[in-house]
Ligand binder design. Structure first.
Ligand code: FES
Ligand code: FES
Length: 162
């Protein structure tokens, strides 16, 4: 562990936060770095509202102890939109009504972005597997599948959905 707290990068910026023995990455992101886009739904690894991408893999931030983030590359929903505008998946979520109350959306987006970065032509089953840990009380998931396939097509260069 680095002296003076945990050091990592968050959305491409160097970040530092405290590392109490029971402190989680979710608490550090929300309470110390002010990145409240990542939601706390259950604090127990069950709902997926807190998913962030850590070294390329989607993780439940409530299940990652802060010291485990030492040296890691963390991405949160706040980092999705680039200077040019929303990520294609964010736009697709809006266009297909893939969210309603929006509480699950940050975690859902991060799980789906991790999928799209690994698989540019995900099938319906691939998408349902990727979001198996993301609970949504509102959408019934079908619009999420549509949004991911729409975004995948756009990211491949404008083909129709797979
Ligand atoms: S808040 Fe982390 S899985 Fe629910
Ligand atoms: S949009 Fe409400 S829980 Fe998913």
């Amino acid at each position: 562990m680095a002296e003076g707290g945990i050091r990592c990068t968050v959305n491409g910026q160097e970040a530092r936060f405290e590392a109490g023995p029971e402190r989680t990455l979710l608490q550090a992101l929300r309470e110390e770095l002010g990145l409240t886009g990542t939601k706390d739904g259950c604090s127990s690894g069950d709902c997926g509202a807190c998913v962030v991408i850590m070294d390329g893999q989607p993780v439940n931030a409530c299940m990652v102890l802060a010291p485990q983030a030492e040296g890691a590359r963390i991405r949160t929903v706040e980092g999705l939109a680039a200077a040019g505008g929303l990520h294609p998946l964010q736009r697709a979520f809006g266009e297909t009504w893939a969210f309603q109350c929006g509480f699950c959306t940050p975690g859902m987006l991060m799980s789906c972005v991790a999928l799209l970065e690994a698989n540019d032509r995900p099938s319906r089953d691939d998408i349902l597997t990727a979001i198996a840990g993301n609970f949504c009380r509102c959408t019934g998931y079908q619009a999420v599948v549509k949004a991911v396939q729409q975004a995948a097509a756009e990211m491949r260069g404008g083909e129709g959905p797979a």
